[in-house]
Design a binder for this molecule. Structure first.
Ligand code: HEM
Length: 244
């Protein structure tokens, strides 16, 4: 690559960049706290410690979920590269473009994309699905476990014994709880926990693939992918395919 032909192209708008880095911080924190919850027994965490871990996880979860909801809305109103049309793999001729891109990538003569290349569209779309699943299941189990909003009061109401005020129900304390309703609520919660648990591993795998993809694309095409997520601009020495 010769320095002389390099040109800066505007790509990621401000809200998209903020979303990316807030999401990054939240996901790292949620993965670390989630892993601590998962191994709390082995780590010798007390019940109070578990409540603290779960509460902290849920607070990061709220930031993560609001940020994600905001990004979903932004995909309808943001700049060209922030929109669904630049993210989803449903455009006409996508399969052909994907095959051509992968062939070029293997040969080492790809033309760079300004926004998401066809492989990245697949990965980003899958990210959205996995993140939404994780947010929805997380919000439900936060209600069943530590009775946090948005569903906490409803679950506390479900398990409270007749005549007991649901707001007096305390996590990890069976006082005021109706045993039969508790079992029914735990059975309802179970598939949400299972999905939250397995989706976590799929998400981890996709994060590894995402990082590997960024490194490989940077090596093959250049462009300063990581710094572009800070500055909003890619530096390219060829006209990108999607610069229309
Ligand atoms: C990228 C996002 C997230 C990741 C990677 C993640 C990861 C995890 C992991 C690994 C666990 C342990 C699983 C288990 O105990 O079986 C967990 C548990 C939990 N998560 Fe998340 N989580 C995420 C988002 C959220 C959100 C948005 C919320 C709610 C606002 C949430 C609420 C919870 C709760 C309440 C538990 C405890 C479940 C239990 O009692 O076992 N999570 N999370």
């Amino acid at each position: 690559m010769t320095q002389t032909n390099l040109r800066a192209y505007a790509v990621w708008d401000g809200p998209t960049r903020w979303f990316h880095w807030i999401n990054f911080v939240c996901v790292v924190a949620l993965v670390v706290l989630g892993t601590a919850i998962l191994y709390s027994k082995e780590l010798g965490v007390t019940d109070d410690g578990k409540i603290l871990l779960k509460t902290t996880h849920v607070w990061f979860g709220y930031v993560f979920a609001v940020n994600l909801a905001w990004r979903i809305a932004w995909a309808f109103i943001g700049n060209r590269q922030a929109r669904w049309s630049a993210l989803l793999p449903f455009k006409q001729g996508f399969a052909r473009e994907l095959i051509a891109y992968m062939r070029g990538f293997v040969r080492g003569d790809v033309r760079p994309y300004l926004g998401h290349n066809p492989l990245a569209r697949l990965s980003v779309s899958l990210f959205f699905v996995l993140l939404i699943v994780q947010a929805v299941t997380g919000l439900v189990i936060a209600g069943t476990d530590i009775f946090y909003p948005p569903f906490g009061y409803w679950f506390a109401n479900w398990v409270a014994a007749p005549g007991v005020d649901p707001s007096s129900i305390v996590p990890y304390d069976k006082t005021g709880i109706d045993a039969t309703s508790w079992e029914a609520m735990r059975a309802f919660r179970s598939p949400f926990v299972t999905v939250h648990y397995w989706n976590f591993y799929v998400l981890l795998a996709l994060i590894v693939i995402h990082i590997a993809g960024v490194i490989a694309t940077e090596l093959r095409e250049g462009g300063g992918l990581v710094s572009a997520m800070f500055t909003g601009r890619k530096m390219l020495d060829q006209k990108p395919v999607d610069d229309v």
